[in-house]
Unconditional design. Structure first.
Length: 131
């Protein structure tokens, strides 16, 4: 699916994921974790990938050996969210730097999160065992 990377299109991305998962036997917890990761990653693309203009996001869904796999591709500003150090969650909210909690959460709740920059594209892939 190729869509304009806007906040308003989060609904379309969520519908795509729900349709894909509709016939899968997965727990409420797993579905909620997937939904949270999808929202966090997609909104980051819509918010930051194209600071000077609008651009597209490509969403690819698949299932591989009982794992849900979702790839987000954009041609925006090169950014590896996995390169940033995890926030120090032992500090109070007022002591922590702003940002980074969303991808930290995604890394904690997904089984795998990978990033590559290839051919002018940010490619972030998440996976979660369907249980």
């Amino acid at each position: 699916m190729l869509i304009k990377a806007t906040h308003e299109n989060l609904t379309k991305v969520n519908e795509l994921v729900e349709e894909f998962l509709a016939d899968k036997m997965i727990s409420f917890k797993t579905r909620s974790q997937i939904d949270l990761a999808v929202e966090e990653i997609y909104i980051n693309i819509a918010s930051y990938a194209y600071p000077e203009s609008e651009g597209n996001a490509e969403i690819i869904l698949s299932e591989n050996n009982g794992e849900f796999v979702m790839t987000f591709i954009d041609e925006g500003v090169p950014y590896d969210p996995l390169a940033k150090p995890d926030p120090d969650t032992t500090l109070s909210a007022s002591e922590r730097q702003i940002g980074g909690l969303g991808i930290f959460l995604v890394k904690k709740i997904m089984d795998s999160v990978t990033y590559e920059y290839k051919d002018g594209k940010n490619i972030l892939t998440i996976s979660k065992k369907l249980a």
